[in-house]
Design a protein around this ligand. Structure first.
Ligand SMILES: C[S@@+](CC[C@H](N)C(=O)[O-])C[C@H]1O[C@@H](n2cnc3c(N)ncnc32)[C@H](O)[C@@H]1O
Length: 444
């Protein structure tokens, strides 16, 4: 895939920069020149970014690619953040930022680190700000979800996070944007793949400010007890997670036998769900929960609504341990052969690799969701990281599963590149394939 990022600078000088699609692993040594050009966020937009994240006295803000330091300085000067840190690769910008901080009288609460944002540690952040690019956001997001605490706010000026939908967004009219992505991208309006960019703004008269709240890993099987008129019943919830989006199937077993899908809302560690049975009349029996998740415990208030009676009580559920390391195999979507996903734990972190015959592709966009996982992989990317080799195997492979009694159960989706590029290719391989997924463990 060929990608170009056009920069509209202050003097309206236009520079075209080829973007590398390579993931963080390829940027271990600082690049000779920044892969993302310097264009400052307008000062009024800086205020909007701080406002949308509700930055206040308890916050530690990190601006990744901090330019002249304006977001870092404004965070402590105008929003009273406890501390703010800028990570910037260009030494000249670092000098300028330190001078600006001295002039603003905030040197005691800000820090500017010369370094590569893709390899830096910013786990102390409670707010992260970005003005980078779509591909860079996608390359960063699995690291952000791995190292940032649940509840941390991520604010991006203009660029989205693909299929990870923002929790808050607003559009601001502007004279010109300063930087805009001009992305030839056949998947840009497919909301299920990371190339999705329809929630960004690439036109000169409006500016997008987007915010996400880092979710905790909640996938898995949760068990608790529920008191009903028929006595204490076993309650099981199966949570499937794709970034902040969670779907829940539940079962209440015993004398009372109810099952169904629950509506669920996840906002940082705050969870709310509402269970309505599939097999009862609407409105007769409901469970409503409002609480928090911490590690393997979910705690809060559960309302049991049985006809006209409402009983509210403190409620708790526990998640069982799940180890889904191993090599998992399933039939490939684009050809008659078996493919595999190898999941290993190295230094406490899950590392996934896609195996197709003698092809071995690292899955850099992989999420450990506790009792399950989610991943996306663009198959067909060339070694240069920037271009695609189009074959019937090229496309986005997206998987999500929960470990249930030693078996992975979830969904696997394949979005062929040919389908999304205007239907040029015809036949079976050009249609998206969305399937239930129960891969077989072939090597523990
Ligand atoms: C579009 S500017 C945004 C500046 C600032 N955050 C703002 O909004 O005003 C992107 C900045 O990222 C810096 N940058 C590019 N690649 C980087 C990298 N790998 N690590 C750290 N900074 C980088 C550039 O030098 C540039 O200053």
């Amino acid at each position: 895939m060929k990608t170009a990022l056009t920069v509209l600078g202050l003097a309206l000088a236009v520079a075209v920069v080829e973007l590398s699609c390579a993931g963080p692993a390829k940027t271990a040594a600082p690049p000779a020149r920044p892969s993302i050009p310097y264009v400052a966020t307008r000062n009024d937009t800086v205020q909007d970014m701080l406002w949308i994240a509700n930055v206040g006295k308890d916050d530690v803000l990190y601006d990744l690619g901090s330019g002249d330091g304006r977001i870092v300085i404004a965070a402590v000067r105008d929003s009273d953040a406890r501390r703010a840190v800028g990570i910037e690769i260009d030494p000249e910008r670092i000098r300028e930022s330190r001078k600006n901080a001295r002039e603003a009288g905030v040197t005691d609460r800000v820090e500017f680190i010369e370094g590569d944002l893709f390899t830096s540690d910013f786990r102390q952040a409670s707010v992260v700000t970005l003005f980078l690019g779509h591909r860079q956001n996608i390359n960063l997001r699995s690291k952000m979800l791995r190292i940032l605490k649940p509840g941390t706010r991520i604010v991006s000026h203009q660029f989205g996070m693909g299929e990870w939908q923002p929790d808050k967004a607003f559009t601001v009219r502007t004279a010109y944007l300063g930087m805009w992505g001009e992305l030839w991208n056949p998947f840009s309006d497919n909301a299920r793949v990371p190339d999705y960019s329809a929630n960004e703004s690439h036109f000169g008269t409006s500016d997008k400010i987007l915010m996400w709240v880092v979710p905790p890993p909640v996938a898995g099987i949760w068990r608790g007890k529920v008191k009903t008129e028929q006595g204490l019943q076993d309650f099981q919830l199966i949570l499937h997670q794709r970034l902040s989006k969670v779907t829940v199937r539940y079962q209440l077993s015993g004398k009372i036998n109810l099952a169904g899908w629950a509506h669920v809302d996840l906002w940082g560690s705050h969870v709310r769900f509402w269970c309505k049975p599939d097999n009862r009349d609407y409105g007769r029996f409901e469970l409503r929960f409002d609480g928090h998740v911490k590690g393997d415990t979910m705690k809060g208030t559960l309302a049991v609504i049985d006809h006209d009676r409402i009983d509210e009580c403190e409620w708790k559920a526990q998640r069982g341990k799940a180890d889904f390391t191993g090599t998992w195999e399933w039939p490939c979507a684009s050809g008659p052969r078996l493919v595999k996903l190898r999941i290993e734990r190295r230094d406490g972190q899950l590392i996934a690799t896609y195996l197709d015959g003698d092809r071995t592709i690292p899955v850099t966009d992989f999420y450990d969701c506790g009792g399950g996982f989610y991943f996306t992989l663009l198959i067909g990317r060339q070694d240069d990281g920037a271009s695609l080799r189009i074959t019937e195997d090229t496309g986005w492979l997206i998987g999500e599963a929960v470990l249930d009694d030693g078996t992975l159960k979830g969904n696997i989706e394949f979005y062929p590149y040919s389908e999304m590029s205007g239907g040029r290719a015809e036949g079976k391989a050009s249609r998206p394939v969305i399937q239930d997924w129960t891969p077989r463990l072939v090597k523990p």
